[in-house]
Design a protein around this ligand. Structure first.
Ligand SMILES: NC(=O)c1ccc[n+]([C@@H]2O[C@H](COP(=O)([O-])OP(=O)(O)OC[C@H]3O[C@@H](n4cnc5c(N)ncnc54)[C@H](O)[C@@H]3O)[C@@H](O)[C@H]2O)c1
Length: 260
């Protein structure tokens, strides 16, 4: 380990499981103190217990503005002013447009997009005061392309990408870096809710395939988000600090055999 996050204070949303939990573990290994913010009380609490004094858990809903006030207060009280926010919480569902469920779709946008905005709004005042900070928004490779059957999710991830680039311009002059990470398929509850293995992993994609073959390779969780997140949180050259947010795709960086 490099200790690159020594004494950094971070909030990781959706940190109780999947890529969020992998990020939390790695942040702590690298010297950070992390508030795990998630709806999943049992998993989040267990992870905080396992990681000891450098981690704390708060039941948190990214879509609720009051919950953000609480999360910020909790992180500051437990560890100090927040240096890094990882907006990782997300939900995904498949569906054709003529079967669009409005309530479910609004909820998806609330979590995947509004939650990211509320998170930035919550941490920015104290980051501005200190003239530094990093916001890492977990988009997706689906924020760089289209996917048949995932139009709502894809729209939310493109929106996160656009939000990130604009916010990077806004906050760069204040010394705050804003970047998005675009992971490829990762074997988590979100990416593989049925726990499918082997060829069955492609089943949801087959249902919506209209031309050609669909290739989505899944990486084991432990290798998923951290390396790109580390790139995104690492000090950028001065010239990049005011430039549009970098987008870090992870699929190419870590090719791995299909594996559950
Ligand atoms: N798994 C993939 O293939 C993949 C690929 C690209 C991007 N992503 C993105 O990575 C992020 C993490 O996904 P994952 O695969 O680890 O999924 P996951 O389902 O394992 O974890 C998502 C976490 O977000 C939490 N969450 C959901 N709604 C919340 C809310 N309102 N408030 C707080 N927490 C909430 C869940 O409780 C869960 O712990 C998501 O933003 C997802 O869109 C995933």
């Amino acid at each position: 380990m490099t200790g690159r996050l020594h004494q950094k204070i971070a909030i990781v949303t959706g940190g109780a499981q999947g890529m969020g939990a992998a990020t939390v573990r790695r942040f702590v290994e690298e010297g950070a103190k992390v508030l795990i913010a998630d709806l999943l009380v049992d998993k989040g609490g267990a992870l905080a217990d396992e990681l000891g004094e450098n981690a704390a858990f708060l039941r948190h809903d990214v879509a609720d503005e009051d919950s953000w006030t609480e999360a910020l207060g909790c992180a500051e009280q437990a560890f100090g002013p927040v240096d890094v926010l990882v907006n990782n919480a997300g939900v995904m569902h498949w569906g054709a447009i003529d079967e669009l469920d409005l309530e479910r779709t609004r909820k998806l946008l609330d979590v995947n997009l509004i939650g990211v905005m509320l998170g930035a709004k919550a941490v920015v005042p104290s980051m501005k005061e200190r003239g530094k900070g990093a916001i890492v928004n977990i988009s997706s490779v689906d924020g760089l392309r289209g996917v048949n059957g995932l139009s709502a999710y894809t729209a939310s991830k493109w929106a996160v990408r656009g939000f990130t680039k604009s916010l990077a311009f806004e906050l760069g002059p204040h010394g705050i870096r804003v970047n998005s990470v675009h992971p490829g398929g990762v074997d988590t509850v979100l990416g593989n809710p049925m726990g499918r293995t082997g060829d069955e992993l492609q089943l949801p994609y087959r249902g919506f395939r209209c031309n050609g073959s669909v290739s989505r390779r899944r990486l084991p969780t432990s290798r998923s988000s951290w390396p790109a997140t580390r790139r995104a949180t690492s000090p950028a050259p001065r010239s990049q600090q005011t430039a549009a947010g970098r987008q870090a795709p992870t699929t190419r960086a870590f090719p791995a055999p299909l594996k559950r």
